[in-house]
Design a protein around this ligand. Structure first.
Ligand code: SAH
Length: 264
């Protein structure tokens, strides 16, 4: 089933017909601003009275919603990391019934995998947590999570980005155990939100796709925080370009089907 909009765009409605919006979740305003500008979105206001989570939308594409986690009122910085991301995801699913949740953001990459600053990845085959170490039978796998993503390989080729698993933790810096986990799971991007959102998406059976632009290379000499701040602007521009392309792809071809199984 497809739906045609007045600006000529066509969006394939998912099976069931009810879930038909595209939600883009972003942690930081500096990551979101180029996407807001590129899509001509306007601020709609907060999603919920208790959280500074901001909603952006446009009249042209009423089925696209961009949501930014906002600034922490106590510390005055962007609400990065897992808790705000999970709450924003839940609010969006309840309010917009999305056909897909996209999490657009920046991430650390790895020079050993030939990543460069500005490279963009779509999450595939999975996203997972690298810092929830619970060495008790059963809980270990639960902690890591391993949330499978749709098979976005064709989509990635079409929009000119790479694919790789995204590894999530609540720290910007890394300890040895984090890096070992990332190696073991062959992840290409290290962030602080994707797996938290993917867990919420899984509960509601909403497909999740991470789109991540590399700001820093974790396995090089340059301190991660310094590279992050230095490259945030450029990487966010690339992120916006590819997020717009990802939305256009989903409008045209629908959400790629879920991959069958992933390894834990
Ligand atoms: N000092 C920064 C902190 C932002 S935290 C500031 O306030 O401007 C980093 C954000 O970018 C998170 O949302 C995370 O998802 C992403 N990120 C970029 N590089 C990362 C890395 N190497 N490790 C973890 N997250 C990273």
């Amino acid at each position: 089933m497809t739906q045609e909009y007045s600006d000529g765009s066509v969006f394939r409605v998912s099976k069931g017909g009810d879930n038909r919006s595209i939600v883009v979740l972003v942690a930081m305003m500096s990551e979101a601003q180029p996407i807001v500008d590129a899509l001509g979105l306007k601020s709609v206001g907060r999603l919920h009275g208790a959280y500074p989570i901001e909603h952006f939308a446009s009249v042209q594409r009423p089925y696209v919603h961009l949501v930014v986690n906002g600034k922490c009122p106590r510390f005055g910085v962007d609400n990065v990391a897992s808790q705000p991301a999970a709450i924003a995801a839940f609010l969006c699913i309840e309010k917009f019934r999305p056909a897909v949740l996209l999490n657009a953001g920046t991430a650390g990459g790895f020079a050993a995998d030939e990543s460069r600053v500005g490279d963009v990845y779509l999450s595939y085959p999975k996203v997972y947590f690298h810092d929830r170490r619970i060495p008790i039978p059963g809980f270990e796998a639960f902690g890591i999570g391993s949330y499978p993503c749709p098979d976005v390989r064709t989509m990635a080729q079409a929009i000119g980005v790479k694919t790789g698993s995204v590894s999530t933790g609540n720290s910007l810096s890394s300890i040895r155990e984090d890096l070992e986990m990332i190696r073991r799971h062959d992840a290409r991007a290290k962030d602080m939100e994707a797996a938290a959102i993917a867990w919420v998406a899984e509960q509601h059976r909403v497909p999740f796709i991470g789109i991540k632009a590399i700001t820093d290379l974790v396995d090089t000499e340059r301190p991660v925080h310094e590279a992050f701040l230095g490259n945030l602007h450029t990487a966010s521009e690339r992120l916006a370009e590819k997020t717009v392309a990802a939305i256009a792809y989903v409008e045209r071809f629908g959400v790629p089907p879920q991959a069958d199984e992933v390894s834990h």
